[in-house]
Structure formats: C-alpha cells, structure tokens
Design a binder for this molecule. Sequence first.
Ligand SMILES: Nc1nc2c(c(=O)[nH]1)N[C@H]1C(S)=C(S)[C@@H](COP(=O)(O)O)O[C@H]1N2
Ligand SMILES: [Mo]
Length: 467
Amino acid sequence: MKFDLSENEKPQTGGSTCRLLKLARNPEMIIYNFSRIVSNMRKTRLLSELYLDPERAHEELWSRRSFLRGARSAAIMAIARAGIPYFRFMPAGLLPIAFARAAPEEILAEKGALRLLNDSPLSAETPAHLLDDEVTPTDRMFVRNNGLPPKTTDTASWRLRVEGESVMQARSFSLADLRREFETVTYQLQLECGGNGRNEFRPRAAGNQWSTGAIGCPTWTGVRLKDVLTACGMKQDAVYVAYRGADRHLSGDPEKLPISRGVPVSKAMEEESLLAWGMNDEPLTPHHGAPLRLVCGGWPGSVSGKWLTTILVRDRVHDGPKMGGGSYRVPCEPVRPNTSVPAEAMCIIESMPVKSLITAPQSGARVPAKRSFEVRGHAWAGDHSVATVETSIDFGATWKRASLAAPANRLSWQRWHTQVLMPTQGYYELWARATDTLGRSQPMLVPGWNPKGYLNNATHRIALLAS
Ligand SMILES: Nc1nc2c(c(=O)[nH]1)N[C@H]1C(S)=C(S)[C@@H](COP(=O)(O)O)O[C@H]1N2
Ligand SMILES: [Mo]
C-alpha cells in the first residue's frame, strides 16, 4: 500500500530533522505531528481498516517497515521513541491517543478531548480528569455506538411508536405530542457502559478496551417512560419494556438492528426512567441519540436506547439483538478465568456496581509534599446511593474518609472531596474506594472475570509525584 505525504500535509513535519528532534522535547508537538500524519493517512486508507487488525495497525504505524519512510520517517520515529518514555512497553495494537484527531470530523469538533477507541462504530471515552464537572458537559460525555447513527434525525417528523404484545393500545407520538401530553421533567442521571474498565481484565476480554472513561452524568430532559406506558396501558402479562432505534447495522443490512435491549417493567416504571430529548438543557446531539432516547440511569448504558423509534411492551424477557448470549450478561455464578460459559448460565446485568473516580488532580500530576491539597471525584452505585468514599496514599494500608455530597436526585453520581497530605517527596499512588448503602465496597483488584469483561469496579488509582 502507498502513503503519500504530500507537501501541504506536513507543515509541522516540514522542517529539518534537527528541528524535529528539538520538538521531541515537547510532547504536545509530538502528538500534533502524529495527528497531521494520521489525518493525511486517512485520505489513503480508512482508519477503521486499521482497527480491524490491531496487530497490523501497530506494524504499519510503528515498525521500521511502516508507512513513515525515509528520512522524515526516521526523524518521526526518533521523536516517538524519545518523547514517549515507555515507548518500548506500548502494547501491539495500541493506537496513540493522537489518533483521536483523525476521527470523524463531526465528532471531533464536538469531542476533541476524548480518547477514541474505535471510529466505526464510534466509541470514545473521557479521561478521568476531564470528568471533574459536577454535571458532565456534553462534549465530555463518552460515546458508544453499536452501529451507524441514522442519517436523518428530524425532530419535527420523528415518531415514537409504543407497541408490543403486552400493550393495551398501541400508539404513535410525535415529540410535540409527548411534550403536550406529559409532564416534562429533568434529572441528572449517570450513564455507564457495562464494559467500562474492560481493559483491566486478564485474560483479555474482547470488545472496546474502555479504561475508566465510559461514564458520565449529564442532565436529561424529557417525559417519564412511566407516564407514556400508563397512557397506552399495559396488560397484566407485561414483563419487559424494550426499545428499537433508528441506527443502522454495520453490515448495511437494513433488516438488522445493531442493538435492541430493554428493562423489566419495574425499572421502566421508575420516576427517573425517561424518554429524553434534551441533554444539559440543549437538544440531544446526533451521537447521543437525537432527537429522542431512553435513559434508565444506574443500569448498563446499553439499556438507554438512542434514536428511539419504538418502545415495545413485551410479555417475556426481550429477545432483541444483544439481549442474549454473552451480551451484557455475566456468569450467574463466579467462574475461573477463561471459562467458556453456556448461555443458560449467564445472567442479564441489571443495576451497576458501586464505583468511584478521582477527577482531580490528574494522574501524573506534581503535588506539593508536606502540604495538603484537594482531591476530588465522583462516586455512584447503580440503583443505590453511595454511603462513604475513602482515599488511601499507602496502597490501601490506611484509609481516610472523604466528604461526600448527596446526589442531585436518585441515580445521579455524588461529588466527594478531601484534603490529602503527602508526608515526603516521591511517587505516590492515590486510591479511592466507595461503599454503597448496602455495605458493598469496591474491590482493590479487578473483580470476577467474565467472558465479555463487564462490571469492573476496582478502585481507581492515580499516580502523583510529591515534590
Ligand atoms: N440505538 C442505540 N442505542 C444505544 C446504543 C446503540 O448502539 N444504539 N448503544 C448503547 C450503549 S452500549 C451505551 S453504553 C449507551 C451510550 O450512550 P452515549 O453514547 O450517549 O454515551 O447507549 C446505548 N444505546
Ligand atoms: Mo455500552
């Protein structure tokens, strides 16, 4: 294959090798240079092609035979090796964060700071220090698409159908109907992907290698799912409420849905389960499910259907794509790592486990020694609330209780903060662990291995250099 680095594509790499090597001392410039190269590469090959084969991606980008050839290549490789101290540890297939800038333009304009995991379907997560806001800004909300977003999301003509074997009266609503007929409510609700933290499982679990960033807690505005279900009526035998969205299957087959999941009637009927058109006081953006989505906070994000076209009232546990097999299901009983678990022994994930995040300082920051500084974060616990958050600077030998705020409403994460003092200079790890109101805490280590790498709620650890 050929990569053509044309003149006008290399303003940042265009200088002499000497100049480039000077730039090597500035990590920002390294990233910027790579982003130029990668965006150039995208003209020749789709980034997604590389993602299909991570081993090859690594080879093409980083090996001596990579597309970066000639003198410039040597200089750029020197920059990489000099500028990334642990370059030698970079796992095969790890695509540098600079790639995020070569992601689809429309998402980058919106979410430049996120870490791109996959560009087709789009998945991008938020670095912990960018989740410091009490209410997650839209441009810092992670994105997880299983298929391709619909091409048209016209609010005026959008219809939501309510149907299924257990609905009394199937109905169709425009957004204006929903606004007119039902009370508009706003809640702050946490949305976390079931696979958040997957990258820590060993043996590795296939799928997006989320670290800690597939979580966010924006505000959502819409009507209660409960009110709409009540208006249509549910038969006695209704057990599940499911969604269909307008996104398209990656195969291009219009008959196939990328995902169609649901929740038991009891979850659907909660006050906070919403049909939302608004996020952070603005209309939903295209990647977050415009013009209408479901939001069922506290459960795996996958139940919160985007680009919502249909609500199905089912007389059985919903059987749409990604309800069965290994999808969003974990072994009902713990298993030995690497076990292949038969479908009957897998249980659907419901409420997410207790978890916390340190959002300030940023991992890798310098902090003062012998002088206290503020540490902040969030904690959440699925359908429950968080009772305590503690931090440790001595690898868990001792713990100090943090101040913890009440949630804005049920199913919203809770802010915590504390003062920390490093007694000496040196490298520290700061750990945080939350405990929910049922007394369940986060484990220190990655919890129960499961085939798809769900539900990793291990303590968040960050590195700090006290000086
Ligand atoms: N129609 C539809 N709804 C969907 C998805 C999807 O691919 N299609 N992804 C789900 C998953 S797995 C998650 S984690 C959340 C992510 O929501 P966000 O992209 O707004 O953060 O949306 C869920 N709803
Ligand atoms: Mo997800």
